[in-house]
Design a protein around this ligand. Structure first.
Ligand code: SF4
Ligand code: SF4
Length: 136
């Protein structure tokens, strides 16, 4: 899903899935504690075994999608408790986990592909060869 998310380098628009969403969350977490350039190494070496995202922080390798989804729900539930809000009403729409926080995809943050649609309408014009200068 294409969303705007907060990364350690600022806001970007990116295609993500729940694996990537966790990695980005972990990179932000490591960058806050250490520095941006070594964030990936710190994520790999993370020793917060109790963190719900721990087993899913590396993005690669086999992951059970249901357990991963539960891990995100658990992480968000802890985050909501610490920050004092209900996860369903999370105000941080640019958090990489936002779309996955409830265990089902929240598409309210999806950014539509406007460029693709534009290209499509261009090609339809060509196929129909309905040029504004046509005499048909
Ligand atoms: S697993 Fe948890 S503690 Fe470790 S980097 Fe990810 S979010 Fe931070
Ligand atoms: S989506 Fe909201 S509740 Fe979940 S980690 Fe991000 S800020 Fe916290």
């Amino acid at each position: 899903m294409r969303v705007q998310i907060k990364t350690m380098f600022g806001l970007i628009i990116k295609n993500i899935n729940s694996r990537k969403a966790i990695l980005i969350k972990c990179l932000n977490c490591a960058a806050e504690e250490f520095d941006k350039n070594s964030a990936l190494q710190h994520v790999e070496k993370c020793d917060f075994y109790d963190c719900p995202l721990f087993d899913f922080r590396k993005e690669r390798g086999y992951q059970d999608p249901q357990i991963r989804s539960k891990a995100i729900i658990e992480y968000c539930s802890l985050c909501g408790k610490v920050d004092g809000f209900m996860v369903g009403q999370c105000p941080h729409r640019t958090c990489s986990l936002f779309a996955y926080r409830l265990g089902k995809m929240d598409k309210s943050v999806e950014i539509p592909r406007l460029v693709k649609k534009y290209k499509c309408s261009l090609s339809k014009t060509r196929i129909g060869s309905s040029s504004p200068h046509s005499t048909k």
